[in-house]
Ligand binder design. Structure first.
Ligand code: UDP
Length: 367
């Protein structure tokens, strides 16, 4: 029987890979293993989402005892993944590794697999922001440049691979967005996250920020605070704070500025299931996250992305997403809110991506 290893590095990537794991298990034509790669062992939030998606535990876990610098981490992960692949000898190596997304661990796993002679399928291939100052952009380009099978989520990503970079069309299959499979699995219209009652919030806008350009300097954070204050004139803001953002707010002595305001409700990161339902119940979303742009578009929310570019242009074309800058955010937001929500469905974001991916993997392994 064919052996497939799915790499789940970090929680967002695990959310992406989970539907494929369940689909392959159910189909039964291959032996599938789920490898979790992270800085720490899976915590309560990861375990909780795994269980709610029907996955009792990870088959294998690689934990980095010593993180160090990002470059050191890349090396450690590549080394550990290589050890994992080869530990049982050449006859028991995986026939294929599936790597999602664009985090450092995905790049390290791709290099380790290819160096061990194991082909790689890249899930979420072809996303491009065309901004090479973003570490994720370099990771995407590098992973795609050595992957054997590209599985783009959208026509724009497919075009980047085939027309932009000349990848072979036969090794590039438009499969749709697998994160939407997970979202559709857990979404219930009647579900109300407990935090709304705790904070007595009915109408609100949801914010998330963690990109270095927005949170890594005192100046950027002060600027962000000014933006939030102005945007709060439309709706009070609920802001689950990413650990990196929280650490920087504290390090730059801005805690007082960001707390104790009746227009800004800060909280810890919110479990995925609640977070999805907060997007669905929000008046609009303000973010710099990649995944949140997609989730807002699928849930037919207006999304304002505080970045100069996006690797997800289909969310703009669908009428959900608007890029904003310090210079134009007030007019863009006011105009979009006045125009109201006319958000289109995005092709192949239909909850059936895992099945299409499974079919592509089978054809790749058993042509
Ligand atoms: N997310 C979550 N709880 C939060 C904030 C985000 O579950 O408090 C989820 C969100 O729904 C999305 C993912 O985490 O699926 C996005 O993660 P992040 O913004 O860190 O990464 P990016 O998508 O930019 O790579």
């Amino acid at each position: 029987m064919r052996r497939i290893t799915l790499v789940a590095a970090t929680r967002p990537n695990f959310i992406k890979i989970a539907p494929l794991y369940l689909c392959l298990k159910q189909q039964g034509w291959c032996e599938v293993r789920l490898l979790y790669v992270a800085q720490h062992p899976p915590g309560p939030m990861t375990t909780e989402i795994a269980r709610s998606l029907g996955i009792p535990e990870f088959d294998d876990t690689i934990v980095l005892e010593d993180g160090g610098s990002p470059m050191r981490r890349l090396g450690i992960i590549a080394d550990k993944v290589h050890e994992f692949i080869t530990r049982s000898g050449p006859d028991l190596m995986p026939d294929l590794m599936v790597v999602p997304g664009d985090v450092d661990a995905s790049l390290a796993a791709t290099i380790a697999a290819r160096r061990a002679g194991v082909p790689v399928a890249h899930l979420e291939a072809g996303l491009r922001s065309f901004d090479e100052t973003m570490p994720e952009e370099l990771n995407r380009m590098l992973i795609d440049s050595i992957s054997d099978l590209h599985l783009p989520p959208s026509q724009a990503a497919m075009d980047n691979l085939v027309y932009g970079e000349g990848r072979a069309i036969k090794r590039t299959q438009l499969v749709g967005n697998i994160m939407i499979d997970t979202l559709m699995h857990i979404y219930r219209a009647e579900y109300r996250p407990a935090i709304l009652d705790q904070l007595d919030l009915e109408r609100f806008a949801l914010c998330t920020f963690h990109r270095p350009s927005n949170v890594d300097s005192a100046q950027a954070l002060e600027q962000l605070h000014g933006v939030l204050k102005n945007v709060a004139r439309h709706q009070p803001l609920l802001f689950p704070v990413h650990p990196r953002t929280r650490a920087n707010i504290e390090a730059f002595g801005l805690t007082e500025k960001f707390t104790g305001q009746d227009w800004l409700h800060l909280c810890d990161p919110i479990p995925y299931i609640d977070f999805i339902h907060l997007i669905a119940r929000s008046e609009f979303v303000l973010t710099d996250s990649g995944g949140v742009q997609e989730e807002a578009a699928f849930l037919k929310r207006l999304c304002f992305t505080f970045r100069d570019n996006t690797e997800r242009p289909q969310t703009i074309e669908a009428g959900s997403n608007h890029l904003i800058s310090i210079h134009n955010y007030q007019s863009v937001i006011t105009k979009a809110l006045a125009a109201g929500r006319q958000i289109q469905d995005i092709p192949l974001w239909d909850g059936l991506t895992a099945e299409r991916v499974a079919q592509c993997l089978r054809t790749f392994l058993e042509p």
